[in-house]
Design a protein around this ligand. Structure first.
Ligand code: 5GP
Length: 187
């Protein structure tokens, strides 16, 4: 059995984290991605328990109070957090555990588990990021502005991560990310 490892994947909204994670789940044996809890409303097509665990503010606060979250943060005016117990179970089972979370959450995880590997996914440029966010068509204008402002804040902390990958070409970036995870998993 391989050793369980914790990988945190952060990067601005629109950097392509979701696609990268979906691809690495298919390629890395024993890879498992945590489903976060959030107070954000579901977007069209998002399913409770698949994309997120959608919670009311009161439900989310109860999760915090019971110690049920490994980390949590307010991102783009909503709360997001990682349920603790499944992460611990999958680590113990020797899986490669993936958390797709923001920079605030990433540093909370690193503080609790210094062995966690922090991976930052960068867009090729802020212009390209804006283009992708608008092309996605899932956000209102004010949300796009908020996400772009937040992107600059997130990018300012990228050098505090263990490794950074630029997602210019999704195939190349997937290969780099998979190779990195495989390398850590076999150390
Ligand atoms: P979105 O609303 O686009 O799904 O996600 C917005 C941001 O919240 C993304 O940057 C994502 O990484 C972050 N996020 C998602 N789940 C979590 C979580 O469990 N904890 C933290 N800290 N951030 C999260």
């Amino acid at each position: 059995m391989r050793k369980g490892n914790l990988f945190v994947i952060s990067g601005p909204s629109g950097a392509g984290k979701g696609t990268l994670v979906a691809r690495l789940l298919e390629r890395v044996p024993g890879a498992w991605v945590s489903i976060s809890a959030t107070t954000r409303a579901p977007r069209d097509g998002e399913v409770d328990g698949v994309h997120y665990l959608f919670k009311t503010d009161a439900e989310f606060d109860a999760l915090i109070a019971s110690g049920g979250l490994l980390e949590w943060a307010s991102v783009h005016d909503h709360k997001y957090g990682t349920p603790r117990s499944l992460v611990e179970e999958h680590m113990a089972a020797g899986d490669q555990v993936i958390l797709e979370i923001d920079v605030q959450g990433a540093f909370q995880v690193k503080e609790k588990d210094p062995d966690a590997h922090l991976v930052f996914i960068e867009p090729p440029s802020l212009e390209e990021l804006e283009h992708r966010l608008r092309g996605r068509g899932t956000e209102r204008e004010e949300d796009i502005v908020l996400r772009l402002r937040n992107a600059e804040l997130e990018l300012s902390r990228k050098m505090e991560y263990d490794i950074q990958f630029v997602n210019d070409d999704i195939d190349v970036c997937t290969d780099e990310l998979v190779a990195y995870i495989e390398r850590q998993a076999t150390i």
